[in-house]
Each structure stands twice: as C-alpha cells, then as structure tokens.
Design a binder for this molecule. Structure first.
Ligand code: MF3
Ligand code: CO
Ligand code: CO
Length: 268
C-alpha cells in the first residue's frame, strides 16, 4: 500500500475463530496466486493471468479483494520488469522470455481479506534478475521470522532492509506492508526500511492475534518510483527491474503463521 503519515494506535487483534476465517481466505488467495504463477509463460497476456486467478477465487466462493478497491478494475496486479506494483492486467500486455513477472492477489472470504504476492522469472533471465528475485524472497522470509510476539515492528523492517542492502539492492520507500483483516489495509504500516522519524508505528509491540501483510518491494537500481498516466501502474524511475513478494502472517504465541500458503480448499 502507499505509505501514509501519522500514528495508528488501534491495531485489531483477531480471535482464534477469526484467524481460522483468515486462514481460509489465505488458502484461497494462495491457490489463486499459485495457479496464476504456474500459468506464466511466454505468449500469455496479463489479462489471461487475471482470469485464472479470478476463477480460482470465485470457484472457492470467495471474492477478489482488489476488484473495485478505490476503483481498481481487476483481480490481479501484474508487475512486469520495471513495474513495482498495481500493474493493471491487459489483453495486449504479453509475457516474454526473460521477463520478471510479479503477481499480487487478494481474496475476501468469511468477512476477511488475505493478500499475497510472488515474482517469477520467465525462462532464461539474467544473473542480475535472478539475484534480485532471490534476495527479495529471502528478505520476506527474514521479515516473517521477526513477526514474533514481543518484538517491535521495526525488527521486521530492519531484517528486510538489512538483507536487501547487503545484496546491493534498494527497498522501495513510497510503499509499505500493512495490517490486514476485515479491511485489506489496516494499521500498522510495515515499512521495508528503518527511518524512525517517518513512521511512529516502528515501536508497535507485536502481540498474538495481529495479522500482518509483509511485502518487500525491491529495486535493482534506485528506490524512486514514477506513476503511469493510468494513475495506478507504479514503475521504477530509472527503468531497472523490481521484485515483490508478500505473505499474510499471523503473530501467535507459537511464532509466525503464514496464512497465504496454497492448499486445496473445499468449495463453498
Ligand atoms: N495488494 C496490494 C497490497 O499489497 C494492494 C492492491 S491495491 C489495488 O497492498 F487497488 F490494486 F487493489
Ligand atoms: Co498485495
Ligand atoms: Co499488501
């Protein structure tokens, strides 16, 4: 989500029953993402990927979280090469060998949202592109590992940023992860960088029942972005590649629980 200002004091915590609903929403989102990712190949359009994700979500009795959100017209965001987030699927946007394709999807089920993203390399891609994708996925893993009750939120941000900088890449600063639940975007904001005066939420103490969408967006070059004339598509300002991974994660007494893992879900 686009980074905002100010402190978010009320962070909703979910009951065991609510977490079970979120796990079901998460499984559906995870299945939709996996199905779209498996379909990525040279020649497919981003709109066909969107149709695949929407079909999985609707077949499970759920709804696409993004469609209609502030007027967003699709189920998926498709992020090809220099697109960082919010790429609108199109029939005339064709995936090619060597592309780096990010996919982001949300499912709404039983009153709750789940949000997840991945990035796939199409066929043979450059070493640099592979390194970027690998570093971004590792950064997500390291961030999730800090989603522990008792930790400060900033420990997630620092783990992600530390890894990305060691790899020589840049964390996007205009977009952040977020709490998630009955709303797709809830407090707190979860920056992928540590810049304390900018985000008072850094000192939020993580508690069981908080659910966080952790989503490093990592650029091969500089952090700066620009927005297309469609007012949605956000790209790297320098035209270099960007990668994006996201999971919806519950903080629990037993450690982080990833809710957006694909598993076959019963049809409603
Ligand atoms: N999934 C994005 C996020 O991770 C938000 C998508 S906004 C929409 O926060 F408008 F595309 F739905
Ligand atoms: Co997302
Ligand atoms: Co998100």
């Amino acid at each position: 989500m686009v980074a905002g200002r100010g402190r978010n004091l009320r962070i909703p915590r979910k009951s065991a029953e609510e977490l079970e609903c979120m796990a079901q929403a998460g499984a559906i989102a995870g299945e939709a993402l996996a199905a779209a990712a498996a379909a990525v190949r040279p020649g497919i359009s981003s709109l066909e990927l969107d149709r695949i994700a929407e079909e999985v979500i609707r077949a499970a009795g759920a709804e696409p979280s993004f469609k209609g959100y502030r007027g967003y017209p699709a189920t998926l965001c498709v992020e090809i090469n220099d697109v960082v987030v919010h790429g609108i699927p199109r029939a005339d946007e064709i995936v090619r060998e060597g592309d780096v394709v990010g996919l982001d999807v949300g499912a709404f089920y039983l009153g709750f949202h789940a949000d997840t993203a991945t990035t796939v390399a199409v066929g043979e891609v450059s070493e640099a592109a592979q390194a970027l994708v690998r570093a971004t996925e590792e950064a997500l893993r390291l961030g999730i590992a800090q989603a522990i009750a008792g930790n400060l939120l900033s420990e997630i941000s620092r783990a992600i940023e530390g890894h990305v900088e060691r790899c020589g890449f840049s964390c996007v600063r205009d977009l952040v992860g977020h709490g998630i639940g009955r709303q797709m975007h809830e407090p707190p904001q979860i920056p992928n960088f540590y810049s304390p005066r900018q985000f008072p939420d850094y000192d939020v103490r993580l508690r069981p029942g908080m659910v966080l969408a952790i989503e490093p967006m990592v650029n091969a070059g500089g952090a700066a972005l620009r927005v297309d004339d469609d007012r949605w598509t956000m790209r790297t300002a320098d035209g270099q590649l960007s990668a994006h991974f996201e999971h919806t994660v519950a903080v629990s007494k037993e450690g982080p629980v990833i809710l957006t893992t694909p598993r076959k879900v019963r049809l409603a």
